[in-house]
Every structure is written in C-alpha cells, then in structure tokens.
Design a protein around this ligand. Structure first.
Ligand SMILES: Nc1ncnc2c1ncn2[C@@H]1O[C@H](COP(=O)(O)OP(=O)(O)OP(=O)(O)O)[C@@H](O)[C@H]1O
Length: 230
C-alpha cells in the first residue's frame, strides 16, 4: 500500500494531519502510536476511505479507491472498530449480512466461529444478543468476523484494549502469523495497521512504527522499520 501526501481535515480548514507519505507491504505489521486525539483512528478510516481526504492518494496493488470501486476497496482494506455494530442483533446476524454483500461473494469466506476458537470464544457466543456480551467478547467476535473475510489490509483500532493478558496473547499470536488464501489458492499475508497505547505490545508485534506527535500545535509523524527506531 502506498500513501502519498495524505491530508485529512475536520471541516474545511482544521487540519488533523498532512503530508503523510508511507509505503507498507504484505506481511508488515505497522503499529500506530500517538497521544489521544492526535488522529490515529482518523488515519485508519482515511485508508479505508470511510472519511473524505483533503489531499493525497492511496493505492493498493497500484490501484486507487476509484479504480476498485468503494465496495471492493472496503472489502480489501478493512477497518475493524472496537465496538459492536449497532444495526444487528447478534454476531451471527452481523456475519450473515456481511456475507451477503456482493463484493464478499467474489471471495472465499472463512468460518468466523472456528477463528474465534483461537481466541477462546465459545460457539454459543455467536447467537447471543450483543447486549449480553462483554467488551472483550465483542472485540474478539468483531475481529474473528474481520479475519473471516480475508482482507489484504487490516486496520485494527486498539483490538485488544478490552482483553485480559491471556486473550491478548492469543490474538497477538494469531495476527503476527496469519496467512490467507485467495480464490486461486495463492497464500498471502495481510498488511496490518494496529493502533495501541501499549509499549510492550509494540515490542512484541511491530515490524514498523508510525508515530504521530504534536509539535507547536502541528501534527508531525515518523515512519520506520521497528528496529531502526532509536
Ligand atoms: N466524527 C468526528 N467529527 C469531528 N471530529 C472528529 C470526529 N472524530 C474524531 N474527530 C476529531 O479528530 C481528531 C482526531 O481524532 P482520532 O479519533 O482520530 O484520534 P486518536 O488519535 O485515534 O485518539 P484516541 O487515542 O483517543 O482514540 C480529534 O480532534 C477528534 O476530536
């Protein structure tokens, strides 16, 4: 994925970040760091084209959002929120709706219930009402469904913030090793962007770091391979 000169603003003028240019490849795990409110979630949503860009260009496999079309782009570049979707009653009804999307029908979809077992999720979770699930269960269900769709780019917004250390370890273990199969049976590794506030987690999982900080009221960023960071 190539990001060139990206700028996102609140309203017409209030710039959240600008001039962000990075390149990342399949199998990279880019940890996104920075203080609260600096724009980490906004950055991930911009990559998924869920919010408008003020400037800049994002390409995946040398193709843009316009080249792929919105539905295909968001199938390939998947933003995974921390919370349960508000429209569906249960995890299963949410998964069934995703499966019914035309853009998903072109791809092989895995069984999220089996994926969830890797994270310690029992099968009976899937038919419960969202309101009966804990925050940690919701996070793991949402992540399992995201992985079942085999995206090329996974945008994870603090995916373990509600998990205990044991469940966190299971999620980290799976995500740092995960491989998918395309429709032709070719194996590929997703590119992962992962927001965290946890230094130790960063050490365990990062291949690259994207760090935002505020200097003189302007947001600046640094992007490097993990081992190149001072
Ligand atoms: N829907 C929205 N409408 C207007 N402003 C927003 C919206 N969502 C976020 N913002 C603003 O954009 C800025 C960046 O927010 P963002 O959520 O991207 O930060 P963050 O770095 O992810 O923070 P945190 O670590 O607390 O999740 C903040 O000033 C926030 O108030």
């Amino acid at each position: 994925m190539l990001v060139e000169n990206l700028c996102v603003a609140k309203g017409a003028t209030d710039v959240i970040f600008e001039h962000v240019s990075i390149e990342a490849k399949p199998g990279d795990l880019v940890v996104v760091r920075g203080p609260s409110g600096i724009g980490k979630t906004t950055f991930l949503k911009a990559l998924a084209h869920l919010i408008p860009l003020k400037h800049g260009k994002i390409t995946l496999n040398s193709q843009t959002f316009e080249d792929y079309g919105a539905a295909d782009w968001r199938t390939k570049v998947l933003y995974v929120p921390q919370r349960a979707p508000t429209m569906e009653i249960s995890p299963t009804s949410y998964f069934n709706r995703i499966k019914s999307f035309k853009s998903q029908k072109k791809r092989k979809i895995l069984d999220p219930v089996e994926i969830g077992k890797n994270f310690g999720l029992d099968e009976d979770i899937w038919t419960k009402n969202w309101s009966q699930l804990s925050g940690g269960e919701i996070q793991r269900v949402v992540l399992s469904i995201a992985l079942s769709t085999q995206p090329e780019v996974l945008l994870l917004d603090e995916p373990t913030s509600a998990l205990d250390p044991h469940s966190t370890e299971k999620v980290e273990n799976l995500l740092t090793k995960i491989e998918f199969n395309d429709n032709d049976g070719m194996i590929y590794k997703p590119l992962i962007f992962w927001i965290t506030h946890d230094d130790l987690q960063e050490q365990r999982i990062a291949t690259h770091i994207l760090r935002f900080e505020s200097v003189n009221n302007k947001t600046i960023y640094a992007y490097r391979a993990y081992h190149d960071f001072p």
